[in-house]
Ligand binder design. Sequence first.
Ligand SMILES: [Ca+2]
Length: 197
Amino acid sequence: MAKLIVVFGGVAAAFALALSAAPAKASLIAGGSCPGATQAFKQFGDARYYTFGTNGGVESGTTGWTVTGGASVVRGNESFYVHSSSDSKALSLSRGATALTPSMCMGTSSTVVRFFVEGNTSVRVDVVERNLLGLVVGILNATTVTGSSAWQPSPAVLNLDSLQGVLGVSSVQLRFTALDGTALVDDVYVDPWSSGN
Ligand SMILES: [Ca+2]
């Protein structure tokens, strides 16, 4: 039993070191929270540290999200279970449906967003910026991701540096729109620390 405790202690210490090393360049936009730092996409060759979006795997249903059209939470998680092996839900977007995330943790430079997608359709990702009053001050079309019939990690959505260009941004959300057909989206992660640089 004593050995077991020592081993766990070592793991914990290593983990703590990894955490303290990650958010070195943290310069965060107010309004977001940045819990934890995990190499969520390491198995895909991406060593960046990410924070999990608030209800980023829709395990709490659409709590905190704003959905329109045929958007709903369905059974079936992204197949890599990156966030948790006990997760069981994903976001379903029919053609033209939109889903706006809760406020995300974002840095003021080189923020990276990554998530999982399934479905033979394109999914547009917009960044919605709000001021302290909650008013939209900017909407940026960050990228359009093409899904397939199997779950896959999206490409890293890079270079959201233009977030710096809008004055008075105090919170940032992502908005997903299915363009051609039905898409599933799950496990939304953000690297607000420029940890890949
Ligand atoms: Ca999920």
